[in-house]
Design a binder for this molecule. Structure first.
Ligand SMILES: NC(=O)c1ccc[n+]([C@@H]2O[C@H](COP(=O)([O-])OP(=O)(O)OC[C@H]3O[C@@H](n4cnc5c(N)ncnc54)[C@H](OP(=O)(O)O)[C@@H]3O)[C@@H](O)[C@H]2O)c1
Length: 313
């Protein structure tokens, strides 16, 4: 079978290779014929050798994806061949996967394949981040990299909870928006106070580096800051006086750990809710490329595509 692996010797950093065919599913396993898998920032970091997940660099790339159940093990009862599923483990840029049944989520019937393929990571991350911050209706939340897919989901889910968002971007702010959008910069905290007339009690940081300190500066005393991305590639930097004088609560977040601790029924319900939202308001899809157009697909994903870029197996 074909799969895409990290290949530091290739100018692309990745290559389409022949891999051993998948085994028949074991008693509690499921064989999945992969259909679609997106290119996420984390995949691009893996390819660049800048991000190793805790379990080490995977052979096969691909943080998320969806496919069709082809065969099931003897003790699998909740899934049948033909069902569409989302995979909860990495290694999805591959034609086939053989995984434990517990690592699969059934795709809601009305959700298109491409939306299912991008439901696993960003929407669930946004939902978990908001749960962690435990904000109340009327609270302000500030987030950077606000043009990202995760940030878009944070806005959608925050609005449903009555939480108001301040959205920090590094480039041009959107011309018209019902939300507050601000450019990042040293005077961010002053501008936030001027616009919101209040200090946020929660902050979400996907950028790290000095951007973390700028978000921390905006927070009210005892506010919480969650770091969930490293887009700048720099270590987080926060003036220590801010931490002490405001008694800030700064933590890291990763979806994998959050989901590992989650009750499987609760997790399945979360994906049902997110699937319903994705069905109502789908994320734009910028392009779908077969594996043999990997180079074009990676270039498209790197080039501000205005939507998600996916690979089709
Ligand atoms: N911890 C977790 O479990 C978890 C889960 C999901 C995602 N993430 C992380 O969340 C982040 C967003 O993911 P996504 O898929 O939603 O991203 P995305 O849709 O590809 O968008 C990336 C955004 O980040 C901005 N950006 C890129 N580099 C930046 C920098 N150096 N400084 C400021 N802004 C920068 C881009 O702004 P421009 O338009 O200006 O280029 C763009 O708006 C990524 O870091 C990803 O790894 C983490």
């Amino acid at each position: 079978m074909k799969g895409i692996v990290r290949d530091p010797s290739s100018p692309l950093g990745a290559a389409v290779v022949d891999l051993p065919d998948p085994p028949d599913p074991g008693l509690v396993e499921v064989l999945v014929r992969m259909r679609l898998a997106p290119i996420n920032p984390a995949d691009r970091l893996v390819i660049a050798g800048r991000y190793a997940p805790p379990e080490g660099l995977p052979d096969v790339i691909g943080a998320e994806g969806m496919g069709i159940v082809e065969a099931i093990g003897g003790n699998v009862s909740a899934l049948t061949p033909g069902m569409r599923v989302i995979l909860l483990s990495r290694g999805n840029w591959s034609e086939w996967r053989c995984v434990p049944a517990a690592d699969l989520i059934v795709v809601p019937d009305a959700l298109p394949d491409a939306q299912a393929a991008i439901l696993r990571i960003n929407p669930a991350t946004a939902a978990h981040l908001l749960d962690r911050l435990a904000l109340s209706c009327g609270d302000w939340l500030i987030q950077n990299a606000a043009g990202s897919s995760v940030a878009g989901w944070v806005r959608r889910l925050a609005a449903r909870r009555g939480v108001r968002t301040i959205n920090v971007v590094r480039g041009t702010t959107p011309a018209a928006s019902s939300e507050i959008f601000l450019n990042d910069g040293d005077d961010l905290a002053d501008r936030v106070l001027e616009m919101a007339k209040s200090q946020p009690v929660g902050a979400l940081d996907a950028v790290a580096g000095t951007a973390t300190g700028r978000l921390a500066q905006c927070l009210a005393a005892t506010g919480a800051l969650l770091v969930y991305g490293h887009l700048s590639g720099e270590p987080c930097s926060i003036p220590s006086t801010l931490l002490t004088t405001k008694s800030l609560n700064v933590r890291g977040f990763t979806l994998r750990t959050a989901e590992a601790a989650e009750d499987p029924l609760r997790r399945a319900r979360r994906y049902e809710e997110l699937g319903a939202l994705a069905e109502q308001e789908p994320e734009p899809i910028a392009g779908i490329y077969p594996f043999d157009q990997l180079e074009t697909a990676l270039a498209a994903a790197a080039n501000k595509p205005g939507g998600r870029v996916l690979l089709s197996a």
